[in-house]
Design a protein around this ligand. Structure first.
Ligand SMILES: [Mn+2]
Length: 424
C-alpha cells in the first residue's frame, strides 16, 4: 500500500480537527447493485473510500476521529462463510490497516460498533449513498429524539463537503493515472475512425470503443455516447439506435476509467470523410470557442470567465452566420447563446468523471483537472443549417503558469487534418 493514502488520511484528520467541536468522518464501501433478481451490475468501489485508503472493498468502513486515542479505525467485513463460498472471501483488512496506522474492528454488528465509536463527537460527516453503513448511521442518528442523542453527533454533514476539498487538487500520482486513462480513450477513438462509415449503427461504434477499453484492462467511465446527425443535439444521448449517413457529423463522447481514474474526450467525425460548408462553419465556431476557453485556463481564474470566453466565441460565430442578431457584448450579456450552448464549460475530472467539487465560485488552482467542452446544438434545422449537435472536449490540467492539455493524442480537432487522416 502506498504512503500516499496515509498522507491523505492525515490531511482529512487535519481538516476535521479544524472544527470547533469534535468531528468524525465515516466513509463506507459502495454496496453492490442488483440489476434484476439475483444478477448484479458490475461492481464499482466507492470513490471517497478509495481516495482515502486505496481500498476497493464493499463492506469496509473508515472512521476518522482526530480527537480520539485511535483516530483511524477500519471496520472489517463481518465473517460470512456462505457469502465467501459464492463470491470469494473479502481481501484481508489487516495489511491495509497497518499501512494506514488504523485500528481494525471485526464485528457482526457494524452499526452498533460505529455508533459507539461516535460517542463524544458533535459533528459527523457521513455519506448519503443508500445501502452504505455510513448512510445507515446517518439514518439512525436522524431518527433519534434529543434524549437519545446524548453524547452522539447532533449535526450531520455530507462527506463530500470535506472530501471534495481534498479531491479537487490532484497529486502527481493522480495526474499520471488520468493521463494513462486518457491515452486509452485517445487510442480507442483513433481505432474507431475506420468504422465511421455510412450504414454503420451508432451502437456498433460504442461497442467497439468499450471492447477496446476492457481489452486494455479499463472500463467505460460512463456510457459511451455515439450520436450521429440530429441525435447529437441530445446532450446525454443514450439510445444509440441511429444508422450513420454520409454528410452528417458524428459525435463521440467517451472516457476510459483505468485504475479508478477517469478520462473524458469528445470528438466530431464527418461521416463519409466529407463535410458541407454549412456544417464546417458551425464546427469552426465550436473549435474557436474551445481554443478561447483553454487559453483562459490558469491559476486564479474563476470557471465563469472560462465559460464566458467560449460563450463569446459562440455568440460571435452565430452572429456571423445570421442566426443571432445584435451586438456581441449585448447578446452575451443577455445569454442569447443559451438555446444553442445550454451547459457549463466543463467539470472536474478524477476518480469520478464528474468529480467531487466544492460548492461556490471555485478559482482554478494548480493541480486541478477539468474538462473544456463547449458545444453548439440545433435540435431543429435553422435556415440552411441542419439539426445537429457539435461538442469538442479535452481534459486540461491547471499548471503553475497556465495549463497542459492531457488529451492531444487522439483524433485531430483541425478538420483538414482529420479529413486527411480519413482519406489516408
Ligand atoms: Mn465531459
Amino acid at each position: 500500500m502506498k504512503p500516499i493514502f496515509r498522507s491523505r488520511i492525515k490531511k482529512a484528520l487535519a481538516l476535521l480537527a479544524q472544527t470547533e467541536t469534535p468531528s468524525a468522518l465515516v466513509v463506507s464501501g459502495n454496496p453492490g447493485a442488483i440489476r434484476s433478481r439475483d444478477t448484479h451490475y458490475p461492481y464499482r468501489p466507492n470513490s471517497d473510500l478509495y481516495y482515502l485508503t486505496g481500498c476497493t472493498a464493499e463492506e469496509v468502513t473508515l472512521i476518522l476521529r482526530p480527537h480520539a486515542k485511535d483516530p483511524v479505525v477500519l471496520l472489517a467485513p463481518p465473517k460470512d462463510p456462505v457469502k465467501s463460498m459464492w463470491d470469494g472471501a473479502p481481501a484481508p483488512v489487516k495489511p491495509l490497516a497497518k499501512s494506514l496506522q488504523a485500528e481494525v474492528i471485526t464485528t457482526n454488528e457494524p452499526l452498533k460498533a460505529a455508533i459507539n465509536l461516535l460517542r463524544g463527537t458533535s459533528v459527523c460527516y457521513a455519506q448519503s449513498i443508500a445501502g452504505t453503513l455510513s448512510a445507515a448511521i446517518k439514518a439512525d442518528l436522524s431518527a433519534r429524539g434529543a434524549h437519545e442523542l446524548r453524547g452522539l453527533p447532533q449535526s450531520l454533514v455530507d462527506v463530500e463537503s470535506l472530501t471534495a476539498q481534498l479531491r479537487m487538487i490532484k497529486d502527481p500520482s493522480e495526474i499520471k493515472a488520468i493521463k494513462e486513462a486518457a491515452a486509452i480513450t485517445g487510442d480507442a477513438l483513433l481505432y474507431a475512425l475506420g468504422m465511421v462509415q455510412s450504414g454503420v449503427r451508432e451502437r456498433e461504434i460504442a461497442a467497439f470503443i468499450e471492447y477496446f477499453y476492457r481489452a486494455q484492462g479499463a472500463e467505460p467511465a460512463f456510457g459511451t455516447i455515439v450520436a450521429s446527425g440530429p441525435s447529437a443535439a441530445t446532450l446525454h444521448y443514450r439510445a444509440l439506435t441511429r444508422t450513420l449517413k454520409n454528410g452528417e457529423l458524428l459525435l463521440i463522447d467517451s472516457g476510459a476509467e483505468l485504475n479508478m481514474y477517469a478520462s473524458d474526450i469528445t470528438r466530431m467525425v464527418p461521416v463519409g470523410g466529407a463535410i458541407s460548408s454549412d456544417l464546417r462553419a458551425l464546427y469552426e465556431i465550436v473549435l474557436s470557442a474551445q481554443h478561447a476557453a483553454i487559453k483562459k485556463v490558469k491559476p486564479g481564474v474563476v470557471i465563469a470567465e472560462v465559460h464566458k470566453a467560449a460563450a463569446t466565441e459562440i455568440t460571435r460565430g452565430l452572429k456571423e452566420l445570421g442566426i443571432l442578431k445584435g451586438s456581441v457584448s449585448e447578446l452575451v450579456k443577455k445569454s442569447a447563446f443559451k438555446p444553442f450552448f445550454p451547459h457549463g464549460i466543463g467539470h472536474s475530472l478524477g476518480i469520478d468523471v464528474h468529480d467531487a467539487t466544492p460548492t461556490g465560485a471555485i478559482k482554478l488552482a494548480k493541480g486541478m483537472v477539468i474538462t473544456i467542452e463547449p458545444g453548439l446544438y440545433l435540435p431543429k434545422a435553422v435556415g440552411r443549417f441542419p439539426a445537429c449537435g457539435i461538442r469538442i472536449e479535452d481534459d486540461v490540467l491547471v499548471t503553475s503558469r497556465g495549463h497542459e492539455v492531457l488529451t492531444d493524442e487522439t483524433l485531430p480537432k483541425d478538420l483538414n487534418s482529420l479529413l486527411e487522416l480519413m482519406a489516408g
